[in-house]
Ligand binder design. Structure first.
Ligand SMILES: NC(=O)c1ccc[n+]([C@@H]2O[C@H](COP(=O)([O-])OP(=O)(O)OC[C@H]3O[C@@H](n4cnc5c(N)ncnc54)[C@H](O)[C@@H]3O)[C@@H](O)[C@H]2O)c1
Length: 240
């Protein structure tokens, strides 16, 4: 799928990550279909998108017209098949449970046209495992966004064993359309790059706190002093 042929993006899962990915796609001018198995979650996701758009407008980052067009371009449904059928690009943001993601990609594989790009927002899983029950594995790719999606610029784009170059390029191009910076990961391994590096830091800083050498707030203050936008423990409060 070429980037210019894409006009509709479906986002499966309207939680913390899904509503953020949907908002970024709206800001990039796409028609977005947001879907979830839970009606309340879907409604909450839509409300969060509306609230975030208004916040961006108050900060002078987008216009009233952009809010109106984004609201217009946002569709929602509880029917996954209906949502999948109409999209040229699908982002998955359901819970980090392998069986849920595998079943979802099996369904998406059946219900989308064969050149639709299917992206998983897994934090840690090997893409080839997520794609296990799909026939057309070449169009399945990892796109690891970070929380909060609208603010965080980097996206890890991960190649599975069967992911085609066209799919990788399409996923990277879509990141750029959403004003994100894609980091290509050619060799898949659990947790990719950022979470692996952070994992080591997490163990180290946890040991510092456990030994009573410093409080989490002190470590966070030190990290901010050294130029980090947010402290390690504060960030952990937001991340899944
Ligand atoms: N939250 C983070 O900081 C973060 C950061 C990067 C990546 N991730 C990854 O993103 C994914 C989503 O995480 P989240 O924090 O948004 O989760 P979340 O719990 O906030 O949202 C998940 C949503 O998926 C819905 N859902 C569950 N099963 C479904 C199904 N079969 N079909 C459709 N919808 C379904 C739930 O109702 C819920 O609304 C996970 O894989 C997670 O590891 C999370």
């Amino acid at each position: 799928m070429k980037i210019d042929d894409i006009n509709t993006i479906t986002v499966v899962g309207a939680g913390d990550m899904g509503h953020g990915i949907a908002e970024c796609a709206l800001l990039a001018g796409y028609k977005v279909i947001l879907t979830d198995i839970n009606r309340d979650q879907l409604q909450r996701g839509i409300e969060k998108i509306h609230a975030s758009l208004e916040k961006l407008e108050k900060q002078g980052k987008i216009s009233q017209e952009k809010i109106a067009s984004s609201r217009n371009n946002l569709l929602s449904t509880l029917d996954l098949k209906e949502a999948a059928t109409h999209a040229q690009f699908v982002y998955e943001a359901v819970p980090e449970v392998l069986s849920i993601k595998q079943n979802l990609f099996k369904q998406l594989d059946e219900w989308t046209s064969k050149d639709t790009i299917l992206a998983t927002n897994t934090s840690n899983m090997v893409i080839t495992d997520v794609a296990k029950f799909a026939h057309y594995k070449d169009r399945i790719v990892g796109t690891h966004f970070f929380n909060h999606v609208v603010i965080m610029e980097v996206v890890e784009v991960i190649k599975g064993r069967y992911t085609s170059e066209e799919t990788m390029q399409g996923a990277c191009d879509m990141c750029v359309k959403m004003s994100k910076v894609p980091i290509r990961i050619e060799k898949e391994s659990p947790s990719f790059i950022v979470n692996r590096v952070n994992g080591v830091l997490r163990v180290f800083l946890g040991a510092v706190v456990d030994k009573g050498m410093a409080e989490p707030e002190e470590i966070d203050a030190m990290m901010r002093y050294h130029g980090k936008p947010i402290g390690h423990f504060e960030l952990s409060d937001y991340a899944a």
